[in-house]
Design a protein around this ligand. Structure first.
Ligand SMILES: [Zn+2]
Length: 350
């Protein structure tokens, strides 16, 4: 059977092509690479899914989710870095911070805006493994357009739409980026649905890492439920500081799982997220979909199978709500396409 869910796509994702990132002081090869999206698209095309070009959208909803200063920083970071001459020095070919204005450094003093672009980066980026290159802004902004176009399709009556986004976005808060993410595509899609008349929206994050960005953005927003199943940060996993069960905003739910958890525990958590959306009275879903909970993915120690991902699609689809699926993580090129396809086929079949 043909996969009926439209796949929203932008070629601009290719412009973000990081080659390395700095992780615990070591330069390592990048894994959030253009080939990921290409593989996913091919797999969904093979399944018969229609491909829809992302439509440009104004910054209105983007700025409802992110502080203007973050957006302006990302838009201008590469130009400022280049003008300051960094790329001429070996190893400085991507924007990476080196000093971070932590609360302990600043005390009660309001910091000045630093002159050095490398220092300014530390005010917005919370890690060293999310580099900005020459085309990063264009790709990240196009990913937002993918998510907004998918939300528009659902507002126009499609039961579900999938945004084949990269770079991903679910770690980005209103004012800080990191975790290979620059703009929070899923949060922007949820705000768009809310602002276009959907009374209550649930963001149910299936990526193997905590959806800290949406949790922070909608912390005090009763109309947007944020739920996330992910590997327990307390066991030593990104984002380390957040994602614990005792974090309670106005409408959020964290379900951390022990390393080694497989389909049974993971699907039980997916069911709990679905129940929470039902109890919240959500009228639409946004699903930040990472497939890095798969057993073969080295970025998280969860052991979910392809059949498990298909089940997750079925169970979320059983809610019968208009659903926007937004791509997040998943880094094994050989399987990323088939795992996304499994979720969408489950969703379409429910
Ligand atoms: Zn992840």
């Amino acid at each position: 059977m043909r996969l009926s869910i439209p796949v929203v796509w932008s070629e601009a994702h290719r412009r973000h092509a990081p080659e390395t990132g700095v992780w615990v002081g070591v330069r390592i090869p990048a894994d959030e690479v253009p080939e990921r999206a290409e593989r996913i698209r091919r797999s969904l095309e093979d399944a018969g899914a229609p491909i829809v070009r992302a439509e440009p959208h104004a910054d209105e909803t983007l700025l409802a989710v992110h502080e203007p200063a973050l957006v302006e920083f990302l838009r201008t970071a590469w130009a400022a870095w280049s003008e300051a001459g960094y790329p001429g020095d070996p190893g400085q070919d991507e924007v990476v911070g080196y000093i971070f204005p932590t609360p302990g450094l600043l005390g009660v003093v309001d910091p000045h805006v630093p002159r050095s672009p490398a220092a300014r980066t530390g005010a917005y980026c919370f890690d060293t493994m999310t580099p900005i290159g020459p085309g990063t802004w264009e790709a990240a902004r196009a990913a937002v357009d993918c998510a907004l176009t998918a939300a528009d399709l659902v507002l126009d009556g499609a039961p579900a739409a999938y945004a084949c986004c990269r770079p991903p976005g679910h770690h980005v808060t209103s004012s800080a980026y990191g975790g290979s993410c620059y703009l929070n595509n899923a949060a922007v899609a949820a705000a768009h649905l809310r602002d276009r008349g959907v009374e209550r929206v649930a963001i149910l994050d299936l990526d193997a890492h905590h959806g800290n960005g949406a949790q922070a953005i909608f912390w005090e927003e009763e109309r947007v439920l944020t739920g996330s199943v992910h590997v327990d940060p307390g066991a030593g996993w990104f984002p380390h500081f957040l994602g614990f069960a005792d974090e309670r905003g106005v409408a959020n739910l964290n379900l951390p799982l022990a390393p080694g958890s497989g389909d049974d525990a993971w699907l039980e958590a997916v069911d709990r997220l679905a129940e929470a959306a039902h109890a919240h009275g959500s009228e639409a879903l946004v699903v930040p979909l990472g497939v890095d909970a798969h057993a073969d993915d080295p970025n998280a120690p969860l052991e979910v199978t392809g059949a498990g991902f298909r089940q997750a699609g079925l169970r979320l689809g059983a809610l019968g709500l208009p659903t926007v699926v937004v791509q997040e993580g998943g880094y094994v090129l050989e399987t990323v396409g088939s795992l996304v396809r499994a979720v969408l086929e489950g969703l379409a079949e429910a």
